[in-house]
Ligand binder design. Structure first.
Ligand SMILES: [Zn+2]
Ligand SMILES: [Zn+2]
Length: 376
C-alpha cells in the first residue's frame, strides 16, 4: 500500500458513518449485490426482489468559492475501476467483477482498465437516473422508426446495448458587472435622383436610399449566473450532449455512493480550473449578447464589453444519460438518451437509394409541371 492509499484510508476512516464505502451494496436478505433502480427510486435486489430506500441525506448541497477546492471531499466513495478509452479519451467506471471490453461512447476496443482517481473531487450532488432500461429501449425503437430516408433493415435493428452513465459536470454561479461601449447606428432615408434610359429616352427617376447615422453609446448592466453548466468530460460526443437539451437541476440530491450501484460513472477529464476557464468564456459570450441587445438604434459596431466577476461559486455534479450503441453494416453508432426526459439524439446511416429516388421523383414532378404549363 503506498502513501497515497494510506492517506485515502485515513480519510475514509474519518468519514466514519459511511457504510457504502465499499464497492458492494449487499442485499440483507440474500447477499447478492443490489443495484440502484430508477423505477423504484431505491436500491433493489434482482435475485430476491428485496429493496432498500436510500436515505436522502439532509445535507444541503454546498457551493464552494473558487479558491476552495482543497476542502472538497475526494474519490467517489466506492472502489471502482475505470476503463480509459484510447480513442475518445472517456474514463468510465465499470463494476469490479466484469471486464472492460469496449468504450461505451465510441465502441472502440482500445480500452485500458485502471484504478479510479481517488484524488478526483467528489461530486457534491447528482440527479438520479429517472428513465429505466425498458423506457430507453422503447424510446430508441420509436426514434429509429421515425427517421426518414434510412435503410429498411435499420428499423429492425436487434443488436443494441444501453448503458446508464452518470456524466460529470461543473456548475458555476457568478455575479457579473458588464461595462460596454459601442457605435450605435440609426437608419435614415434620403431621396436620390438619377437618370435612366427608357425606350431610348433619358428619364429622371428618384429612389429611397438607406443611410446610417453613427453615435457613440455606452452603458452597464449587472447579471447573476446561476448553475452555469460546463461539461467535465471529453469522451462522449459533446455536440450530442448539447442536443439532449436542459437538465432539471432542481432534481439534484446530495451525492451518495449508493446511486452508482449497478451504473457507470464517468470521471471528469476537464478539471475545475480548465472548466472555469471554459465557463468564463461562455459567460462572457452571454454577457456580450446581452450588452449587444442593450445598444440602442437599428444597428451597431465596435461593441466592447468589460466584465467584472464576483461571488464565484462552483460545485461538481453528476447528470444521468444513457449511451446506446448499435451495429449496422459493420459500423458502430452511438445514440444518447436523456436520463430525465428520455429524449433521444444520435446518428444513423442514410439510405442513398431512397434519397436518389426522392430526387428523381422531384425532377419528374417538375418536368411534368413544365410540360403541362406549355400544353395549356
Ligand atoms: Zn436479495
Ligand atoms: Zn471511446
Amino acid at each position: 500500500m503506498d502513501q497515497e492509499e494510506d492517506a485515502y484510508e485515513a480519510e475514509a476512516a474519518e468519514r466514519e458513518a459511511e457504510p457504502q464505502a465499499s464497492d458492494e451494496f449487499p442485499c440483507d436478505q440474500c447477499g447478492a449485490s443490489m443495484t440502484w433502480s430508477p423505477d423504484t427510486d431505491s436500491l433493489s435486489c434482482a435475485f430476491c426482489g428485496n429493496s432498500r430506500e436510500l436515505l436522502r441525506s439532509d445535507e444541503t448541497i454546498v457551493e464552494r468559492a473558487l479558491g476552495d477546492a482543497e476542502s472538497a471531499e475526494r474519490g467517489l466513495g466506492v472502489d471502482l475501476r475505470v476503463a480509459e478509452c484510447d480513442t475518445c479519451g472517456a474514463r468510465v467506471s465499470f463494476e469490479g467483477h466484469t471486464t472492460a471490453d469496449c468504450c461505451v461512447y465510441c465502441g472502440s476496443a482500445n480500452v485500458l482498465a485502471q484504478e479510479a482517481n481517488r484524488r478526483a473531487i467528489r461530486p457534491e450532488s447528482l440527479v438520479p437516473l429517472d428513465v429505466g432500461k425498458q423506457e430507453v429501449e422503447q424510446n430508441f425503437r420509436k426514434w429509429i422508426q421515425g427517421l426518414w430516408f434510412r435503410p429498411n433493415a435499420l428499423k429492425q435493428v436487434k443488436r443494441f446495448e444501453a448503458v446508464g452513465i452518470y456524466v460529470p459536470f461543473w456548475t458555476f454561479d457568478a455575479r457579473v458587472h458588464s461595462d460596454w461601449s459601442a457605435q450605435s447606428g440609426t437608419y435614415y432615408y434620403v431621396t436620390e435622383h438619377y437618370t435612366t434610359q427608357v425606350n431610348g429616352k433619358s428619364v429622371r427617376r428618384s429612389r429611397q436610399v438607406r443611410k446610417t447615422r453613427w453615435r457613440p453609446a455606452w452603458g452597464q448592466r449587472d447579471d447573476c449566473h446561476n448553475d452555469h453548466l460546463v461539461l467535465g468530460a471529453k469522451g462522449q460526443p459533446g455536440d450530442l450532449v448539447r442536443e439532449l437539451g436542459e437538465f432539471q437541476l432542481n432534481g439534484l440530491v446530495p451525492y451518495q455512493p449508493g446511486y452508482l450501484a449497478g451504473w457507470r460513472a464517468e470521471e471528469y477529464s476537464i478539471d475545475l480550473e480548465a472548466a472555469w476557464a471554459l465557463g468564463q468564456k461562455q459567460i462572457a459570450e452571454i454577457q456580450r449578447q446581452r450588452c449587444s441587445a442593450d445598444v440602442p438604434g437599428d444597428t451597431q459596431s465596435n461593441l466592447r464589453v468589460q466584465n467584472t466577476l464576483s461571488d464565484v461559486r462552483w460545485k461538481h455534479i453528476l447528470l444521468p444519460i444513457w449511451s446506446l450503441q448499435y451495429r449496422f453494416s459493420g459500423e458502430v453508432y452511438t445514440v444518447l438518451i436523456h436520463g430525465q426526459t428520455g429524449e433521444v439524439v444520435g446518428k444513423a446511416p442514410y439510405s442513398w437509394v431512397k434519397i436518389l429516388l426522392l430526387i428523381l421523383a422531384v425532377v419528374v414532378v417538375g418536368l411534368v409541371a413544365v410540360l403541362l404549363s406549355q400544353g395549356a
